[in-house]
Design a protein around this ligand. Structure first.
Ligand SMILES: C[S@@+](CC[C@H](N)C(=O)[O-])C[C@H]1O[C@@H](n2cnc3c(N)ncnc32)[C@H](O)[C@@H]1O
Length: 209
């Protein structure tokens, strides 16, 4: 049985958005990278967007084709309530990214803290298949995961940890030559309680190969 939606709905229904370890008042690094790699008219998707305030920032910045995908309606409902009338400017998709069938081509794929929950080879392959079918050739993927020295669990679930090199090796083993590394950096996220969480942040380009 697939208990992922129930797990995440439970998280968002029982805890305040601002108390979640991954909460960011302002997702500054995500906004900076998206602005660098996508024009305002480009279709952009935030995979596993949940209750993130990234959607507010993208709409307010002037992005006109924003999609938020998450398997948790409860998570996206937090964002919808916060956005108010601006909700209608966004496309909302309730789906597990590993089972989703993209129906449009995106210029930019953003994932903060979703890929690292995929602990089986089958799930990672399914994710990469969706990523490659959703992104147009030359499109960029921003993938943020816990770093090698990051937490071993998040929200009570085990996670994979990656260096930028480890991430590209993992993707390369699934889809050789399909994604080219563009840039990468380390990032330290401070949780609402002030604990450090180390991330790696990679930007990749779909080559079309
Ligand atoms: C740690 S939270 C990060 C949320 C958001 N990206 C942020 O930075 O605030 C992980 C999010 O991914 C969603 N998620 C987990 N596994 C998923 C999957 N297989 N498909 C789609 N969404 C998923 C969860 O519901 C949750 O909203």
């Amino acid at each position: 049985m697939d208990d992922r939606p129930a797990h995440w709905d439970g998280v968002y229904e029982t805890r305040d958005e601002a108390a979640l370890t991954w909460f960011e008042t302002e997702p500054a690094l995500s906004v900076e990278l998206i602005r660098k790699h996508a024009a305002l008219c480009d279709p952009v998707i935030d995979v596993g967007g949940g209750a993130s305030r990234l959607v507010d920032c993208l709409v307010d910045t002037g992005y006109r084709a924003v999609t938020i995908l998450d398997l948790s309606d409860a998570g996206m409902n937090v964002s919808k309530c916060r956005l108010g009338p601006r909700t209608d400017q966004v496309r909302w998709v309730t789906a597990d990214v590993t089972k989703w069938n993209p129906d449009q081509a995106y210029a930019l794929w953003h994932d903060r803290a979703v890929f690292h929950f995929l602990t089986t080879e089958d799930d990672r392959k399914a994710y990469v298949t969706r990523l490659l079918s959703a992104l147009r050739d030359g499109g960029k993927a921003i993938i943020m995961t816990f770093a090698e020295d990051g937490p071993e669990k998040c929200s009570g679930l085990p996670v994979m940890r990656y260096s930028p090199t480890g991430l590209i090796e993992t993707l390369e083993a699934i889809a050789p030559g399909a994604l080219r590394p563009v840039e990468a950096q380390k990032h330290v996220h401070l949780t609402p309680k002030g604990h450090e969480q180390r991330f790696q942040v990679s930007v990749l380009e779909k080559t079309g190969r």
